[in-house]
Design a binder for this molecule. Structure first.
Ligand SMILES: Cc1ncc(COP(=O)(O)O)c(C=O)c1O
Length: 365
């Protein structure tokens, strides 16, 4: 048998799309042995008694069968949790990453495009590119607010099929001005597009768009259980007008939510008080971390409505390396966008992790 070498046979290579060949795979940093503060995960695991209880429940599942109607119990539980209004429906994704990809697929009509403020969540642009849709990025202002005039001009010029507003935004962690959101939603609606309010960080935010959504027939609400505390489970959901969800749901692979995923998610919703208490604890930790960071000479910290804090330091590469040497892993986003020069994104951890982060940071500036 011939062992394939590490370079791809040119005959096979020409099968792969040119743009895919020139892409970099989504980079996941090696976190072994590190205090992991790079991916906005909830740092808390399930309490031991719940671990045992969940283990029993998962062990008893029929893993030999394809996922069944129980997935609809989860759809109902999430719809209740999110107080889905009458006339709306909910679809599930293997993380909201999958929903973002499915939405691009469903909206891939000739001339279709995706618009989002930048810096923002990378999957909006990536899903558009992979689907062959044009991506229009509109820069935020230097203080990371929506640039109302630039957004409205881009909507008028490009008539995007999908406009994403992450609320709060990643990596800037802020909520947008309500009046500006409404103007954008009106403008997108007037030219026949969709708006997705991406509330991935909703457990940590003081506001949600959920109760304003029913006023519009072209707004979708996207959420995930990842930041709530189930990043390992991969469960995203999207709520929108019934007829619209019915169309988008047609491109979803039939068994995209595994039996393990839906049972874990149902279990977590039954024990939502545990997760909600963890979120409250993280909100308190965020306040402590922000106040301490803001008082550090040379560090600029931006207020956060999520479980991350954006900071600017004199030299992001040096600070990032210093933190890594001290076994603290954060995300260096300084090359992601010109507005993020010398910025690092810190995930809010436990009290102990945050203390380690602060000690390492003071020695790494
Ligand atoms: C704004 C935003 N939306 C969606 C996601 C993806 O979440 P999921 O883990 O559900 O794929 C993220 C992940 O960081 C995010 O920051």
């Amino acid at each position: 048998m011939t062992v394939p070498d590490s370079t791809l046979d040119p005959k096979l290579k020409k099968l792969i799309r040119q743009d895919v060949q020139s892409m970099h795979a989504y980079a996941i940093q090696d976190s072994a042995g590190m205090v992991k503060l790079d991916a906005m995960e909830n740092p808390h695991r399930l309490p031991a008694a719940l671990q045992a209880h969940l283990g029993q429940r998962l062990g008893a599942l029929a893993l030999n069968r394809y996922p069944d109607g129980r997935v609809n119990d989860l759809r109902r539980a999430l719809a209740d949790y999110a107080q889905m209004p009458e006339g709306f429906d909910i679809m599930l994704g293997n993380g909201s990453d999958e929903l973002i990809a499915l939405l691009a697929m469903a909206c891939d009509v000739p001339g279709g495009s995706v618009l989002a403020p930048l810096p923002g969540f990378v999957m909006y642009a990536m899903s558009a590119q992979l689907q062959g849709l044009k991506f229009i990025g509109v820069d935020l202002t230097p203080d990371f607010e929506l640039d109302e005039a630039a957004m409205l001009a881009a909507i008028a010029e490009h008539k995007p099929s999908i406009t994403y507003l992450a609320y709060p935004n990643n990596p800037t962690a802020n909520l947008w001005d309500d009046a500006v959101i409404e103007k954008i939603i009106e403008a997108v609606g007037a030219q026949g597009g969709l708006v997705v309010m991406d509330e991935a960080y909703q457990p940590f935010a003081s506001k949600s768009y959920a109760d304003r959504m029913p006023r519009h027939g072209h707004v979708l609400l996207m959420r995930t259980l990842s930041k709530f505390g189930l990043a390992g489970v991969r469960l995203g959901y999207m709520i929108g007008p019934k007829a619209l969800i019915a169309e988008i749901d047609k491109v979803r692979p039939p068994y995209n939510i595994s039996v393990l995923n839906y049972e874990c998610a149902l279990f977590a919703l039954e024990h939502r008080d545990v997760f909600e208490a963890q979120a409250q604890e993280l909100i308190a930790q965020r306040a402590f971390l922000f106040d301490t960071l803001a008082a550090l000479p040379g560090v600029k910290a931006w207020p956060s409505h999520a479980n991350m804090i954006l900071i600017r330091v004199p030299d992001a590469a040096r600070t990032f390396d210093g933190l890594r040497k001290r076994k603290v892993l954060v995300k260096n986003i300084s090359k992601m966008h010109s507005l993020l020069a010398n910025c690092l994104r810190l995930t809010v951890g436990t009290a102990e992790e945050n203390a380690q982060l602060l000690a390492a940071l003071e020695n790494s500036l």
